[in-house]
Every structure is written in C-alpha cells, then in structure tokens.
Design a protein around this ligand. Structure first.
Ligand code: DCP
Ligand code: CA
Ligand code: CA
Length: 358
C-alpha cells in the first residue's frame, strides 16, 4: 500500500519576508503590488495568517486589501529570495525520500511508502520533516498524508496552517464525500458552478453521478472528476520536475494605448524572461504575448520559432505579435510575455538536476 505526502509551505512569500524581518510575525503582512494609498493596481500575491483574519486573500486587488487593513505591512515581491528559500526547502524534503516531485515553488509530493511501516510511523515521519523544515529553513509548512496524491493534497488543505493531517487507507471516501465539489482537486470555479446546476454540490453526490452525463458535460475531464470524487487516484509521484514555461507580466500605471510605452514594456519583459531562461539553461520554441484590455478581456497570441535562447529573437517576436494583433483604439491594462516549449541546451541532463543543485 502506498503512502503519499504533500508538503506545502504556509503563506510562503510572506513567511519568507518574516525571516528577513521577524517583527512582521506580529503584524498583518501582505506581499504584492504597491497599494499606493488605495489607488494601486495589481494584486495580493499572498499574506500571513494575521492579515487573513481581516479578510485579505491571495489574488484580491491590492486596493481591496488596503481598504480592509490600511495599516498592514505591504511589501513588494523578492522573487530571488523566495526561489533561494524554495531550493533550500526542496533539498531538505528530498532528503526524506528520493521519490519526490516538486509541483510548485512551495509544494512537493513524496512517496514515503518505503520509509514507514504503518500510519503511526507515517505520522512520526511527517513530524520529523516538519521539524527539520522549520529548524533548517526557518519556515512553517503543512503536511497531508494519504494513500494517493489526490488525498494527500486535500488532506494538506485540511492541515493548514502548521499542521499534519493523515487520512488512512479505506477512509478516503468518508474524508471527501461531505466536502463541497469546489474543494475536489481540479475543480475550478466554473466547473463548480456547472456541477451545482446539475445538482452535484457535494463530492459525495458527484461520486454517485452517472458517468455518461458527466462525459456529455465535461468530456474526458468528466471521467477524471468522477474518479476523484470516488477517492481514486493511481498516479505516481515522479521525480521529473520541469519548468513548463517562463513568463513575466506588467500592469500599467494607467491604462494605455501609447505604442512606445507598450513596446518598451515588452522589451523589458522579454529581457527578464530571456535572463530567466539563460539562468535555467533552457531554450524556448513558443513565444506568447498576452494583452489584457481595460475592460479585463484578455487576448493571447503565440508563435513558434526555431528553438532559441536569444533575447533579441524573443523581443522581436513579442513586438511583432503585439503589433500584428493589438486591437486599434483599445487601451491595455496589462501586457505579458511568456515562452514555452522549453528544452535544455546545456546537456541532456534533466532540468531537475539544475534546479536541485542551485
Ligand atoms: N502565489 C502566486 N500567485 C498566486 C497564488 C500564489 O504567485 N495566484 C505565490 C504566493 C504564495 C506562493 O505562490 O506565497 C504559494 O502559493 P500557495 O497557494 O501555496 O499559498 P501560500 O503559501 O501563500 O498560502 P497557504 O498557507 O494557504 O499555502
Ligand atoms: Ca503554500
Ligand atoms: Ca502551494
């Protein structure tokens, strides 16, 4: 029988800021865009749990966060520090199981089946991991434990903050069936609304739904969600972490159709993306420009080129994509540049090798 654990850092970016300035631990702390006395644009990336008491959440406009708690501590992003802390944490976790899969900057699965005998062993093992992440990296995390990735992930949400939650073999369905469908892994807001319209508001109801009906509504994703709702997930923890794309975005101070200003932003973003690609030692094949207009509608245009790592090729293609596709007379709120179709040009070594040796 398998024992999978998901380790997810608590309020990660803000917790990193607390290391730099421990006095922030006692204050509501928000990481994201500059609130500019309530007139700032952009969003909250994350905040500590004190700030969450005031209703502040990831993804909310920074101006809304400011209204909720004007005297909170508002901090800009310090990505390179978060990446450094992430690499530290990941190498600590990897020490507990070679079968480890990093799934985001602050989150990793391990398959601990070979390291433990039973559920009390699993609990002890998770406590050790938590303790060593806390002591060595100075950061809090939560751990979900279960017979599959699905259950480990959902148990981790239950464990937050700073906790451990174990769901035993056989208890999977009981654990998830009372939850609202929106809490099921993979179900976003839109799917949740559609499912509710079909009469499936809890995971338990979805588990008993007719598969054909779900397939009609959602295609193959319907089959998947039905499996998940029944607590079934056979997928393996595979150590093959790869960066799938690299992107940067910018929100303009005020909505703009000034071509010079927009082109300048595109070139700067292209420079940052190319620098990140160079750091990882990857070339890119597809270049995408995202334009968000003042009414929040969003258009993406992409083009594939011969694999390249050149900043000039990236900037030139991005400028061209913008010029050819922007709707005349409409103002932009935000512009983004992204590259994908990445491959490693330094050697045949997997990206994970670079990422873990940082
Ligand atoms: N993040 C981001 N963009 C988002 C959401 C989050 O860049 N839309 C960043 C900020 C977070 C980090 O990624 O600190 C990890 O995201 P999580 O969703 O795991 O959230 P937190 O770690 O901040 O909080 P929690 O304690 O709920 O895990
Ligand atoms: Ca987290
Ligand atoms: Ca996370």
């Amino acid at each position: 029988m398998r024992t999978i654990m998901l380790i997810d850092m608590d309020y990660f970016f803000a917790a990193c800021e607390e290391i730099k300035r421990p006095e922030l631990k006692k204050r509501p702390t928000v990481v994201g865009a500059d609130p500019k006395m309530g007139r700032g644009r952009g969003v909250v990336m994350t905040c500590n749990y004190i700030a969450r008491k005031y209703g502040i959440r990831s993804g909310m406009p920074i101006s809304a966060a400011y209204r909720l708690k004007p005297d909170a501590e508002f901090l800009p992003l310090d990505y390179s520090y978060y990446e450094k802390k992430s690499a530290e944490v990941m190498s600590i976790i990897r020490g507990y199981s070679a079968k480890m899969e990093q799934v985001s900057i602050d989150e990793a699965f391990i398959d601990a089946s070979g390291n433990i005998a039973d559920s009390s062993g699993a609990m002890e093992y998770a406590k050790k991991i938590k303790k060593s992440v806390r002591e060595k990296a100075g950061l809090p995390c939560s751990i979900g434990i279960g017979p599959s990735r699905l259950i480990a992930k959902m148990a981790c949400e239950d464990a937050k903050p700073d906790g451990i939650r174990l769901v035993d073999h056989g208890d999977e369905k009981a654990f998830i069936s009372g939850m609202p469908v929106g809490r099921l892994y993979g179900i976003g807001r839109k799917s949740e609304e559609r499912l509710a319209g079909m009469g499936y508001d809890t995971v338990g109801k979805l588990a008993n739904a007719n598969i054909m009906e779900l397939m009609d509504a959602f295609g193959s994703f319907g089959v998947e969600m039905h499996k998940y709702a029944n607590g079934i997930d056979e997928s393996e923890v595979v150590e093959n972490y790869e960066v799938k794309s690299i992107g940067r975005e910018r929100t303009f101070e005020s909505d703009t159709d000034d071509r010079e200003e927009i082109l300048r932003a595109i070139l700067e973003l292209s420079g940052e993306v190319a620098a990140e690609a160079a750091k990882l030692g990857v070339s890119f094949k597809t270049i995408t420009v995202k334009m968000r207009y003042s009414d929040f509608s969003e258009h993406m245009k992409g083009l594939s080129i011969r694999p390249s790592s050149s900043e000039a090729a990236l900037g030139g293609t991005a400028k061209m994509l913008y010029t050819a596709n922007v709707e005349k007379g409409r103002k932009l709120r935000k512009i983004g540049v992204r590259v994908s179709g990445l491959s490693d040009y330094k050697s045949q070594k997997r990206l994970s090798a670079y990422l873990s040796s940082e």
